[in-house]
Design a binder for this molecule. Structure first.
Ligand SMILES: Nc1ncnc2c1ncn2[C@@H]1O[C@H](COP(=O)(O)OP(=O)(O)OP(=O)(O)O)[C@@H](O)[C@H]1O
Ligand SMILES: [Mg+2]
Length: 165
């Protein structure tokens, strides 16, 4: 199905490095209060994308999958934090409320794997990225901004990657 909405951005990655590079671009634009949701099956590249996002944002710590701890907190040279959540094991809005997004969002951006598990608890404004396995090293990524800030972020990244068009 053709995508007619030009606020959306579709990116095709042909290697883990390309996925990380897209993440680096995204990470540069993230600031406190931003939420990025990464939807995709096991092995679709969510954590790989987070590694790039963290690098672009300036994380000092190594990035690993927070599957068992639910949330990883990463530091930057200034006092800011970035949160990396894995909602795979969460099953209800109640679980998500305990995690207290509001508290985290005043300290830094949040990136969430398996956001669809806690859809009702997510803030209204977020960047939703759907990753799809399309071949051994191929992944399709559909970026859907919700909120004006993310729309202009997508527009900037589109220009950076492909120039004006
Ligand atoms: N183009 C690509 N982009 C991202 N990862 C890729 C790509 N091609 C191959 N891979 C490989 O696919 C795997 C993706 O694993 P990753 O942990 O990022 O997935 P995930 O979506 O976070 O999975 P999980 O749901 O288990 O957390 C890695 O081993 C990575 O090297
Ligand atoms: Mg992962």
């Amino acid at each position: 199905m053709p995508i007619l909405d030009n606020r959306l951005f579709e990116f095709f990655s042909y290697s883990p490095d390309q996925t990380r590079r897209l993440g680096i671009h995204l990470g540069r634009y993230l600031s406190t209060g931003d939420m990025v949701c990464l939807e995709g099956n096991l092995g679709s590249g969510k954590t790989t994308l987070v590694q790039g996002i963290a690098q672009g944002w300036g994380v000092l710590d190594p990035v690993s999958s927070p599957t068992y701890v639910i949330v990883n907190e990463y530091r930057r040279a200034d006092a800011q934090r970035m949160y990396h959540m894995d909602a795979y094991r969460l099953s209800s809005a109640w679980d998500a409320e305990i995690l207290d997004f509001d508290r985290m969002l005043v300290q830094g951006p949040i990136v969430i794997e398996w956001p669809e598990r806690i859809r009702e608890s997510l803030p209204e404004h977020h960047l939703w990225i759907k990753l799809t396995f399309t071949g051994m090293e191929h992944r399709a990524m559909l970026l859907t901004p919700s909120g004006i800030c993310f729309e202009s972020m997508i527009e900037n990244i589109r220009r950076k990657l492909y120039g004006e068009f």
